[in-house]
Every structure is written in C-alpha cells, then in structure tokens.
Ligand binder design. Structure first.
Ligand SMILES: [Zn+2]
Length: 347
C-alpha cells in the first residue's frame, strides 16, 4: 500500500504595509481533525525549511497527529522579494495578517504556533504587545524575547556589524556556491576569512551559515545530527539576510532582551518592562548545545513570563545533544523532538 504524499497549496496574503507574502498549507492523507498550526521559520530561509529530506519531518508528524498545517513565508523569507526588514515590521505587519488569513479560511477561533529563531522573536514580540490574541498555544524554539549569545557572536555583532553594514546591505550564505558570486571585494574578503577559519566540512554554505548566525563549527547544528542528504540540501535553503536585522539584534544583545525600534507605538523600545498581553500557553524549547542563542535566552524569557503570569502557563525544555536548528532538521528529530512538540500542542 502506498501512502499519498502531502499536498501543498500556496495561499497569498498581504502584510499590513502592502508587502505580498504567502502561506503554505500542507494537507496530508488524513483529514485534519484538529485546528490550524502555524509554523514560522527563522531569517534568511524559507517556509520549506521545516521539510528537510528526512523520512519524517515536523510537518509530517503534525499532519499524522491530525493538525491543519500552515507555514509562513514572512518578510525575512528568501521566497519573497529582498527587503531591509526588522523584527517590529514582522511583528506588526506580517504575523497578525497571517493569523487573520488562516482564521478567515478555516473558520477557526484560535490558532496554535510552532515558531523558530527570528520567526519566534518577531512572533513573540507581537504576542507580548497583544497583537495576537487569537493565538492560544505556542511552542517557541531557540530564542523568544531575550537573545543571549556566545562571546564570538557578541564580538561579531558589536564590532563586525558596524564595520560591514555601511559596505554591504546583505549577507548571503550562498556566496561562492555555483551561480552566486560574491558581489564585491568586502563580500569576497568575508568569504575568504570564513573559508580560512572554518574547516569542519566541504559545504561552503554550511560554513557561511555558521559564520553568519552562530559560534562554533558548525554553529547551528552538529554534523553528527544531520544526514548527508540534509547537509547537502541546506545549500539551497539559506540565502540573504539584511544588515538592518543584525543592527537590531546587536542592540538587543547588548540590552539582554529584544529592543523594538520604536517605529510602532504598540511596540515601544521598553515593551518588556510591561506584562505580556497574552493568555497563550507558551512552551519554550532549546538544545543544550545551542551555539546560536545560548539556553540562557529561553530561561530569561521564562523568568519574564513567570513574573507576570500564573505558574503552569509557561515552561522551558532543554533537550540534550541538540543545538539550534537540528531540532527540526536532525536525522533523529522525529524520535527526540517532535513528540515533545505534539505533547505541548495537545496539552
Ligand atoms: Zn557542514
């Protein structure tokens, strides 16, 4: 007997400032008897990041458990036109419209969410500001409201970003992959430094990703946790990320918490001095080997949530042997991680 492959529909929606974005709705062979779950990936990737070439992805696990699965290509996605975004714009313009679109099409009163990295930080800003009252259950991976990074990342954000930002508006982890030449001397110099200092594998994108987003070799996963197929697949799943984002992250890392730009009244720079405007159940997740955002990040967000909300509405789980993105891409993630995510969504 063959099992029908999931079918993916593209659902366009328009962000609050008119930017055209889209959702991918994935339907499996089983009817979705549970409500909608929105999955939001990080920066400089696309919605399909949740679907590496593994036998069971988190999308498969959710479909099998009866969920209606939606993946968001927000403004940081490499599948939408390149733009110099910040987290506030995503929180204010993108995620509320994505949730509204899902509710319109499904008739659901509430939406659950599994969010990762900058998909998580921008979503959690929106949640904290009270822009997503319809979201009642969130699983947030790696970082939520309090970015705490290793010393090397702090150095890059404090010293390299100010030097590089005036010369390069974007970093692209595909530079030097076939068909993606470095655009100028500064980019070529960066690639040369990465190639000279990262010898952990032969995959140029993997090495550039480590330099761009983390500390360590590699920075976002351990090679032991990735299959060869997924390690190779990654080459085409990461691309450019604007310096506008790194500037905001540098300010936030210095402050020990996300600092909105002040562009929107509902997202003031001191947003986290105030209680979060949400009743959602929030499960914070990370790996003990996370070298992109240290596990302290999630513990700091837990402490903030606990100060303002009843016990039991939030939790943190640190999985041993996992880092930042192998939580979703790892060859054993179906065994080690997805069960926990389902448990939280079903709670
Ligand atoms: Zn590698």
């Amino acid at each position: 007997m063959t099992v029908a492959a999931p079918v993916t529909d593209t659902v366009d929606f328009v962000a609050g400032d008119g930017m055209p974005l889209n959702l991918k709705r994935v339907r499996g062979p089983k009817p979705a008897r549970k409500g909608p779950v929105l999955l939001i990936p990080g920066a400089g990737v696309r919605a399909a990041l949740f679907r590496p070439p593994e036998p069971v992805t988190v999308v498969d696990a959710l479909l099998d458990d009866g969920w209606d699965v939606w993946l968001e290509n927000w403004r940081a996605s490499i599948d939408v036109p390149r733009n110099e975004w910040n987290l506030d714009q995503a929180a204010f313009y993108d995620h509320p419209r994505a949730v509204r679109k899902i509710r319109e099409l499904t008739g659901a009163d509430t939406v659950k969410a599994v969010v990762h990295c900058q998909g998580s930080s921008s979503f959690m800003l929106a949640v904290t500001a009270g822009l997503l009252p319809e979201v009642d259950n969130i699983v947030a991976n790696s970082m939520s409201l309090h970015p705490v990074v290793p010393p090397w990342s702090r150095f890059k954000l404090s010293w390299l970003v100010p030097v590089v930002a005036p010369l390069l508006r974007y970093l692209d982890t595909r530079w030097e992959e076939p068909g993606h030449p470095s655009p100028n001397l500064v980019a070529r110099a960066l690639v040369a430094v990465v190639h000279a200092s990262h010898h952990e594998c032969e995959n140029s994108s993997c090495r550039m990703i480590s330099f761009t987003y983390g500390s360590g070799r590699p920075g976002l996963w351990s090679h032991e946790n990735l299959s060869e197929a997924t390690h190779d697949w990654l080459r085409n799943e990461f691309a450019d990320v604007p310096m506008s984002f790194f500037r905001q992250m540098a300010r936030s890392v210095r402050a020990g918490r996300l600092v909105p730009t002040g562009q929107f009244a509902v997202l003031p720079p001191d947003l986290l001095d105030h209680p979060p405007r949400t009743d959602a159940r929030i499960a914070l997740l990370t790996g003990d080997e996370n070298r992109c955002f240290l596990p302290l990040s999630q513990h700091a967000t837990l402490a903030y949530l606990r100060r303002h909300r009843p016990a039991g509405q939030q939790s943190v789980q640190v999985l041993p042997g996992y880092g930042h993105l192998d939580m979703f891409l790892g060859r054993y993630a179906a065994r080690d991680v997805f069960g926990y995510i389902l448990e939280q969504l079903n709670a």
